[in-house]
Design a protein around this ligand. Structure first.
Ligand code: SF4
Length: 335
């Protein structure tokens, strides 16, 4: 607290702008929204999003209750961080982000803050996560997490501890874990896959040709395939899942090739959604894929043997995850 002649004065701290560095409550620096502001940042192009990209407002009693509960239990959610359009609907199910809110990577489509937490971890997170699931009475929970390349095991043991705590306190709750790639270290993948989860997810995000520039240099198309393949080989009963964003410049042939590559390693579930640019510092949208095109791609995926391909403009990897096996595109119209 600053003072003037011994009189404490309140210094108005202006909110951190997107792309700016800031110091986190844990004392390390990070970049707001993950990507530094640069001279080459292209302002948002005028013109409107197509009509099918309109999401319900994030309101409602359950939404507010969950936001309150998440705050009280010091949990973060990638939903808020990544500006997810479905937050209003999703939060009436159950998602939580573990390993903190600062990622060690900087993928050029993602608005999660980036920095180096230097090994910081919230030791109470497993208990808080379990308590939040109990309080919310969740039958299905999606645990997402940032990448933590600063930790020797990428956070695998901590994630597994959170899953076990949730399972002990909520034996009937099914858990889906959307994890980092652990830099391809397969024993760390096993640590999470052996923790009691029902679904293991790691996102390939885009087609092989576009992996770099879209994803952080430490991520890789083949690395993600290897991680998913090992999960399936190590524990076949655990479903594997991945997700692609469309509208970054990929062709339909490349999408079909990606589906073939994923089926070749036994991937069970796929989600396809429209990439939306979170800030002017992130990659531009190359095209808006129509709802009809999403349904055609779902058809192609089901023909290739995926248990389900949840496909639509607003779809994200955790979107209506608890309904993935209903076989009706999670109730998205037109299926
Ligand atoms: S690793 Fe995940 S959370 Fe981190 S920047 Fe990339 S997409 Fe975002």
């Amino acid at each position: 607290m600053a003072d003037l002649k011994g009189i404490p004065i309140e210094v108005e701290r202006r909110p951190v702008q997107s792309g700016e560095k800031f110091v986190t409550p844990q004392g390390f620096t990070a970049i707001r929204d993950g990507i530094k502001r640069s001279h080459s940042s292209m302002p948002f192009a005028p013109g409107t999003k197509p009509r099918w990209l309109r999401a319900p407002l994030a309101t409602g009693a359950r939404f507010e209750t969950l936001r309150q509960t998440v705050r009280e239990h010091r949990l973060s959610t990638v939903c808020e961080e990544a500006h997810c359009p479905n937050i209003g609907e999703c939060w009436n199910a159950g998602t939580a982000t573990l390993l903190g809110s600062v990622c060690t990577r900087a993928c050029r489509f993602c608005a999660v803050d980036t920095g180096n937490p230097r090994g910081w971890l919230d030791a109470d997170e497993p208990a808080n996560a379990a308590r939040t699931v109990s309080l919310m009475g969740l039958g299905y929970v999606v645990l997402t997490s940032v990448d933590r390349d600063d930790l020797p095991d990428g956070g695998a043991a901590h994630l597994a501890a959170c899953v076990r705590a949730i399972k002990v306190a909520n034996p009937k709750t099914a858990v889906e874990a959307l994890t980092p790639d652990f830099q391809g270290v397969l024993r760390d993948v096993e640590t999470v896959v052996d923790s009691g989860i029902e679904v293991f997810a790691q996102n390939v995000e885009t087609v092989e040709r576009l992996t770099h520039p879209v994803r952080d240099p430490r991520a890789g198309y083949r690395q993600t395939l290897n991680v998913l393949e090992h999960s399936k080989r190590h524990r076949p009963a655990v479903l594997t899942k991945t997700s692609l964003m469309l509208g970054l410049g990929e062709t339909t042939d490349e999408l079909l090739q990606t589906m073939d590559d994923l089926r070749a390693i036994g991937c069970d579930l796929l989600t396809l959604g429209q990439y939306l640019r979170p800030t002017a510092n992130h990659l531009p949208v190359e095209r808006y894929v129509t709802p009809e095109q999403f349904l055609e791609l779902r058809g192609a995926a089901l023909q290739r043997g995926f248990l389900e391909c949840v496909s639509g403009p607003m779809v994200r990897s955790s979107y209506r995850a608890e309904r993935a096996l209903a076989g009706n595109n999670c109730g998205i119209p037109g299926a």
